[in-house]
Ligand binder design. Structure first.
Ligand SMILES: NC(=O)c1ccc[n+]([C@@H]2O[C@H](COP(=O)([O-])OP(=O)(O)OC[C@H]3O[C@@H](n4cnc5c(N)ncnc54)[C@H](OP(=O)(O)O)[C@@H]3O)[C@@H](O)[C@H]2O)c1
Length: 274
């Protein structure tokens, strides 16, 4: 199966490393014709959209660069979807679970069908794409959260938590990257349409992640634990961060299983040490 990966960044490259039959492009896309040219050149069976604007050094950048954020996270996915539709090619688009803030209105974990309540510019731009792309039959939306990888990267949640002197201790859904890559592959092969919560079942706290780091990688100095409100009040973040727990029903419907979060993070941590 020939998979074209758009978005030559962290997660696009992680998928490309694991899929020998994939092609990754670093072409900057501005128009539908840019995508049509890629599709005509590479003739893929499916496309993974791993391109987006996540903000550097962090997502707060998006708060002051609204139009770039909308361009990369709302307009770009629509352009890619339009070209894929025209060429009858399946598209798996990477979304985020950071569109859900706090507890769901029904009290349970957030479902794929729940209306989201995004606050930050990044989250709003990502959700806008989900709202429109989810109306298309040839598109799957794979929402991930707080990616935790088994190797170093500045965006890996392990590296981020280790670097922060002050850490918020919250319980969250998360995505372990090797499991995400397996789930994405199956979604692409099944050409599954709809919204998928590609998070490992269960939830994990930042304190538990750091305890696993302490156990398997190296001892670290005790952190200062702060509340989500203190994170913003102390100026460490300019906007409230999303914390939430998500449930994944649609993946199961396609027979796709991700390991329980604590088991997957423990193994990722052992491999991170290696
Ligand atoms: N990392 C996370 O914590 C996280 C969490 C949830 C969801 N996601 C989603 O996962 C996807 C991949 O994220 P990532 O962490 O791999 O981000 P990343 O490392 O920044 O990769 C995104 C890539 O997209 C490229 N890009 C932006 N606009 C483009 C355009 N018009 N045409 C072609 N390429 C373009 C970027 O190029 P430049 O660097 O040159 O701008 C970058 O190489 C994004 O959709 C993101 O929203 C990420």
């Amino acid at each position: 199966m020939k998979i074209l990966i758009i978005g030559n960044g962290w997660l696009g490259n992680r998928c490309h490393e694991e899929w020998p039959d994939s092609i990754i492009t670093d072409k900057i896309i501005s128009t539908k014709n840019d995508v049509l040219e890629l599709l005509k050149t590479h003739q893929p069976d499916a496309v993974l959209n791993a391109a987006g604007v996540v903000g550097k050094p962090n997502v707060d950048w998006c708060e002051t660069h609204q139009l770039e954020t909308i361009q990369g996270n709302t307009i770009l996915p629509v352009i890619i979807a339009e070209a894929c539709k025209e060429m009858n090619v399946y598209l798996l688009h990477m979304g985020t679970g950071c569109i859900f803030y706090g507890d769901s209105p029904h009290g349970g974990p957030w479902k794929e069908t729940d209306a989201a309540n995004p606050v930050a510019v990044y989250s709003r731009a990502k959700y806008a794409a989900d709202l429109v792309l989810s109306t298309l039959e040839n598109v799957g939306i794979a929402r991930i959260r707080m990616p935790i990888d088994d190797r170093k990267h500045r965006a890996n949640m392990i590296d981020k938590l280790v670097a922060y002197p002050k850490v918020v201790d919250v319980n969250n859904s998360a995505t372990v990257v090797p499991d995400m890559i397996l789930a994405f592959r199956q979604l692409l092969e099944k050409k599954a349409s709809g919204i998928f919560h590609c998070t490992n079942p269960g939830a994990i706290t930042h304190r538990e992640i750091l305890a696993l780091y302490n156990k398997y990688v190296e001892p670290i100095a005790e952190k200062e634990w702060i509340s989500p409100e203190e994170l913003v009040d102390s100026g460490l973040a300019c906007k409230k961060r999303s914390n939430n727990i998500m449930q994944s029903t649609n993946l199961e419907k396609f027979g796709i299983h991700m390991r329980p979060i604590k088991e997957a993070v423990e193994e990722a941590m052992k491999n991170y040490k290696k």
